[in-house]
Design a protein around this ligand. Structure first.
Ligand SMILES: [Zn+2]
Length: 116
């Protein structure tokens, strides 16, 4: 279980004495603060914000996959498999996130197809 997330990119994060970091040691993604851009603060995965970050991330995976199918004509199974492969970076469990990505994929596919 990943304890913390970067609220901007959804990657796993950790809290250190030098500030919050992605797991590769880079500062968290910048956000606009009172004095300009500053690194985001890590959010707990089980907090409402962390849950929202995760949900947004899965939604983005579904949207990307839908665009790949519509724009590039790639087979559904390929893009969904590719999306699942990329979730590894985010410390996500394939079996756990597959239904959410699939749902987001179909929702975005319908939305994109409905556009004139
Ligand atoms: Zn980030």
């Amino acid at each position: 279980m990943i304890a913390y997330l970067c609220p901007e990119c959804g990657e796993p994060a950790r809290r250190t004495s030098l500030g919050d970091q992605h797991l590769d040691g880079t500062p968290l993604c910048p956000i606009m603060g009172a004095g300009g851009y500053e690194p985001a603060r890590a959010v707990a995965t089980d907090s409402p914000e962390g849950q929202q970050t995760r949900a947004d991330l899965l939604d983005a995976f579904g949207a990307d996959a839908a665009l790949d199918v519509l724009r590039d004509g790639k087979p559904e199974q390929d893009v969904l498999g590719g999306a699942l492969d990329r979730t590894g970076v985010y410390g996500l469990d394939h079996g756990e996130v597959a239904p959410a990505i699939d749902e987001a994929f179909r929702r975005h596919l319908d939305t994109y197809r409905a556009r004139p």
